[in-house]
Design a protein around this ligand. Structure first.
Ligand code: B12
Length: 218
């Protein structure tokens, strides 16, 4: 697929991101798509890699908190620019509620996940960051979704997720729950094994396969 004339690495995008050049970032993202990079590749190989680099630069005090905020705000804005174009017209009559757990403010990864559901014809209700458990449960009652997808980035918030799962299981014993996020980059999955029908997936590709399977087999 790759076109030799385009620099497909995320480093160029990162450079513009760190300068806070939203216009050029947006144009570059569109350019990637025009050169036959898929949305999923753009999200995984450009946006995610660039943001992981931003995280490292921030961790080692090479950039300010303000620059980090600016970078994530630009990526979020670009995701919203692409959103109208990614919705599949082939609707599947399936619904997913997509949210970050309580106290979790990292919402870009789960927004990408939400978009992949939309690409495959699902109605994705994206609740975003820091969703209170009681509110989530009330919303699940209201919407009666086929699936719930939860994101956790901060490893230390694992007990918050577990508490949330326990409360969800009390009310909805069989509702399938997808879980992901970089809190699980170095483990933590064993907590999830205690509960039935909790599925951990690491990225967009595995989520895509999961959705395709659900679309085919119900
Ligand atoms: C931007 C950012 C922020 C922004 C978030 C803004 C926003 N609108 O989302 C703000 C400023 C809020 C923030 C705050 C903090 N942050 Co921060 N942040 C980041 C940064 C730079 C990028 C995050 C991001 O968007 N990544 C890109 C996305 C696409 O990747 P992703 O989340 O991993 O998602 C992918 C997969 O994990 C998966 N996935 C994600 N969710 C789900 C869900 C499901 C169901 C599935 C199937 C898959 C899935 O799919 C995605 C695509 O592959 C990261 C660096 C990094 N490594 O990511 C640090 C990082 C996550 N932050 C970190 C920290 C420490 C903090 C703070 C504690 C800092 C502080 N002292 O205040 C606070 C905590 C706030 C809170 N309570 O949540 C650490 C976390 C360490 C850890 N794992 O415990 C990181 C890794 C930075 C670092 N290198 O140390 N942060």
């Amino acid at each position: 697929m790759a076109d030799e004339q385009v620099d497909y690495t995320h480093k160029k995008f990162l450079e513009l991101l760190l300068k806070g050049d939203r216009v050029k970032c947006s144009l570059m993202a569109k350019d990637f798509i025009n050169h036959k990079i898929s949305i999923q590749e753009l999200y995984e190989n450009i946006f995610k890699k660039a943001l992981y680099d931003v995280g490292e630069l921030w961790e080692y005090n090479k950039i300010s908190v303000a620059t980090e905020h600016l970078a994530s705000a630009i990526v979020e804005a670009i995701l919203n620019e692409f959103y109208p174009g990614i919705i599949s017209q082939d609707r599947k009559n399936k619904t997913v509620i997509v949210a970050c757990v309580e106290n979790e403010f990292h919402q870009i990864g789960i927004k990408m996940i939400s978009d992949v559901f939309e690409m495959y014809g699902w109605n994705a209700h994206f609740l975003g960051a820091n969703t209170p458990t009681s509110e989530l449960i009330a919303f699940v009652k209201l919407i009666n979704p086929n699936l719930l997808a939860l994101s956790l980035s901060i490893y230390f918030h694992l007990p918050v997720l577990e508490n949330m799962i326990q409360q969800i299981r009390k009310e909805f014993p069989d509702l399938p729950v997808l879980v992901g996020g970089q809190a699980f980059r170095h483990g933590g999955h064993e907590v999830l094994l205690k509960y039935n029908n909790i599925i951990y997936l690491p990225d967009l590709k595995t989520t895509e396969s999961f959705i395709k399977n659900m679309n085919e087999h119900g």
